[in-house]
Design a protein around this ligand. Structure first.
Ligand code: S3P
Length: 182
């Protein structure tokens, strides 16, 4: 089954957009961070503080592997760091159409201001951290993406419409290609 997978930096709106998109398309919605925190019964920050980032990354890989068994067609939102683990790429690709929610550093900084739920941005100089991380992450997100949309520059309704149309076009091409190789 081919799902829709949302990737992007923290603050790009993956969860909010994912929920709305799922509603609009009549699909289930799965948030990988949420799946992890409800299974661990701990917040992301507590998992980082108690067990460290490496452990959290292992939980992400386990969660995404488990999603290969998801029987409902779904919109799946993954944490900003999950695509940075190369071993996760094959799972992301197998899950379905990958949509990159791309936000400018300014948009992301504005949205993340005052946020305390992201351990990687904790402490001082958040803007600098965002800019640096975005530099290393953006090329990975772009390489993985089947579809890219800009966030922060248009109303939610328009954004959802753009994602739906672009995903449908990508899926059609995908099926045409896979039929021609049969
Ligand atoms: C992280 C992003 C977070 C969460 C964790 C690490 C990252 O998810 O998984 O704090 O490394 O970018 P969101 O992208 O949903 O904020």
């Amino acid at each position: 089954m081919r799902h829709i997978v949302l990737i992007g930096f923290m603050g790009s709106g993956k969860t909010k957009t994912g929920k709305r998109l799922a509603e609009e398309l009549g699909l289930a919605f799965v948030d990988v961070d949420r799946k992890i925190t409800s299974e661990m019964k701990m917040s992301v920050t507590d998992i980082f503080n108690r067990f460290g980032e490496v452990f959290f990354r292992a939980l992400e890989t386990r969660a995404i592997k488990e999603l290969m068994e998801e029987e409902r067609r779904a919109v799946i939102s993954v944490g900003g760091g999950l695509p940075m683990q190369e071993q996760n790429h094959k799972y992301l690709k197998e899950l379905g159409t990958i949509v990159y929610l791309k936000g400018s550093a300014e948009t992301l900084q504005k949205r993340l201001e005052g946020d305390h739920a992201r351990p990687l941005l904790a402490g001082s100089k958040m803007d600098e951290k965002i800019r640096k991380m975005l530099q290393t992450r953006e090329p990975v997100y772009e390489k993985l993406a089947d579809v890219t949309v800009l966030t922060g520059s248009q109303p939610m309704k328009k954004l959802i419409r753009e994602i739906s149309v672009k995903c449908e076009m990508f899926e059609n091409q995908y099926y045409m290609k896979s039929n021609s190789t049969l």
